[in-house]
Design a binder for this molecule. Structure first.
Ligand code: ZN
Length: 52
């Protein structure tokens, strides 16, 4: 499992469980904990996901 944003890889299943999974336009994306936080901030800022 690789982070869609920073390319970090989850090294264990436990780590992967803390990641965020989202589906955008039929594609499943995984985000590490750090990027999930950034992602949430972006959503709260009402950015369209196209910007990244
Ligand atoms: Zn990441």
């Amino acid at each position: 499992m690789t982070c869609a944003l920073c390319g970090t890889r989850a090294t264990s299943e436990a780590e992967a469980l803390s990641w965020t999974t989202s589906v955008e336009r039929g594609r499943t994306l995984h985000h590490c904990v750090t990027c999930s936080r950034e992602h949430l901030r972006a959503i709260e800022g009402k950015f369209d996901s196209d910007w990244w």
